[in-house]
Design a binder for this molecule. Structure first.
Ligand code: THU
Length: 133
């Protein structure tokens, strides 16, 4: 699948963003190692801190369906440059994606910034850091 197609899935997912507070919609699409696509949008809450980001909703949708290996992730929002994932989402990426896995950060003008999990969160805490895990 091309990154443009994965980005299209993220753009479609963004339509379901539940954003009565920020009015800032985000969409994400996660490509599994066997070619399936799981999507997510940001879902807000009146108790603001309970809001869940689009990226984590996409990654958790994949994991909840039993897909723990994500090869690529696309994220999109109405931003000037490609949207920047929050720190929590960067950490969750490291759980299900390889350090060199591509992440595509897009906006609604068709710009796509290519980056990687490691570039987004260098020196992240990973499974292997826990000797008893
Ligand atoms: N948001 C995401 O969905 N992903 C990010 O990485 C950045 C922030 C959402 C959370 C909240 O609903 C809105 O954007 C404003 O923070």
């Amino acid at each position: 699948m091309t990154k443009e197609k994965l980005m299209q899935a993220a753009i479609a997912a963004r339509k379901n963003a539940y954003i009565p507070y920020s009015h800032f919609g985000v969409g994400a699409a996660a490509l599994t190692s066997d070619g399936r696509v799981f999507t997510g949008a940001n879902i807000e809450n009146a108790s603001y801190g309970l809001t869940m980001c689009a990226e984590r909703n996409a990654l958790f949708a994949a994991a909840s369906a039993g897909y723990y290996e994500i090869s690529e992730l696309a994220v999109v929002a109405d931003t000037d440059a490609g949207v920047a994932p929050c720190g929590a989402c960067r950490q969750v990426m490291t759980e299900f994606m390889a350090q060199d896995a591509p992440v595509y950060l897009g906006n609604l003008h068709g710009e796509i910034d290519d980056t990687t999990v490691a570039a987004l969160l260098p020196g992240s805490f990973v499974k292997g850091d826990m000797h008893n895990a």
